[in-house]
Ligand binder design. Structure first.
Ligand code: PBG
Length: 311
């Protein structure tokens, strides 16, 4: 008899991985200890180890050379794009693994914004066809789940249509439904060198003070054909996770973002918190709030603890 209400299964965790072009590289992200920028050859055994631990789903983010960035993020769907090549190779090597991708202009944009910038303004509608091209290229490479993280209005519908037109009706979309203009993305932007060159992301990401607006975003995503809804960050937005879970039938994902993980790691490194206790508690709170799946940099570490019977 076991009456505990909330459980974490390893296959409910999605592991974010940073990918680098090149060979033989495994470089730690300074502001996110224990996480690395990988070249594909080094990543393959890492993915294999994770699969053995029971992690089935990975979200990949590319760290792109500055010289390849331009205003229209054209490298995002270029034929020789190393990220697309990596998706293809991983899917061929590990057919059972589920690959989620990132759709946004920022890794490829010389402006460092998720959308197309004209005269200092983020142009919503001009961004949509670029995102659609990126999504189709990723689906062609073998992506299972497309993750639009850009927060442009109308992108889910636009991407869905482009995927369907190209025969990718089986590829699903995990919409970054309620993505807030948060201060907790710092280590991620360090990892990818993707901080905006000018301005901030407040014109497209949500105001942290707004809750009801998330309901509008969620309604639009349902209407546009999203398969999963995500709330991001997770910890400072547990109320949003809870609210979406109460109001919608789609599965809810929560992104336990880089800054949330970094602050816990830092406190543990200082001996101020116990990692073995605080990390699983953090993940449990996100599940208890209503997340069905969690994107977290702790995925592998949690899976290792589970294997040892510690959690
Ligand atoms: C950008 C993107 C960001 C994250 C995922 N995709 C950062 C941003 O919006 O600037 C953040 C993830 C994290 O902090 O772990 N498209």
């Amino acid at each position: 008899m076991h009456a505990q209400e909330t459980h974490i299964q390893v296959n409910q965790l999605i592991y974010p991985l940073f990918l680098y072009d090149g060979k033989g590289m495994k470089e730690e992200v300074k502001s996110l200890p224990g996480n690395y920028r990988w070249s594909l050859d080094k990543l393959i055994p890492e993915v294999e180890a994770c699969l053995e631990l029971g992690i089935t789903t990975f979200v990949l983010f590319p760290a792109v050379d500055e010289a390849l960035k331009d205003k229209t993020a054209s490298y995002g769907f270029a034929k020789d794009n190393f990220y697309l090549h990596a998706i293809h190779t991983l899917k061929n090597t590990f057919p059972a693994c589920c690959i989620m991708t990132d759709v946004a202009m920022d890794p490829y944009s010389s402006d460092g914004h998720d959308g197309f910038v004209l005269d200092g303004q983020i142009m919503n509608d001009e961004t949509l066809p670029i995102l659609a091209k990126m999504a189709v290229a990723q689906a062609q490479a073998g992506a299972d789940i497309i993750g639009p993280s850009d927060m442009m209005d109308g992108r889910v519908g636009h991407i869905r249509e482009a995927l369907d037109e190209n025969g990718f009706t089986e590829v699903s979309i995990m919409s970054y439904t309620a993505k807030y203009a948060s201060a907790f993305y710092g280590p991620f932007r360090d990892a990818l060198d993707s901080a905006p060159k000018a301005g901030d992301k407040k014109t497209y990401q949500m105001n942290p003070a707004n809750k009801r607006e998330a309901l509008i975003e969620a309604q639009l995503d349902v209407y546009e054909g999203a398969d999963y809804m995500m709330v991001k960050p997770a910890l400072p937005y547990l109320d949003i996770i809870h609210m979406l879970k109460q109001n919608f039938e789609l599965p809810i994902a929560a992104y336990n973002v880089s800054g949330e993980c970094a602050m816990l790691i830092a406190a543990c490194q200082n001996g101020w918190l116990s990692y073995e206790k605080a990390m699983p508690e953090m993940l449990m709170s996100i599940k208890r709030a209503g997340a069905d799946v969690i994107l977290t940099y702790f995925a592998k570490s949690f899976a290792e603890m589970r294997k040892k019977g510690l959690v």
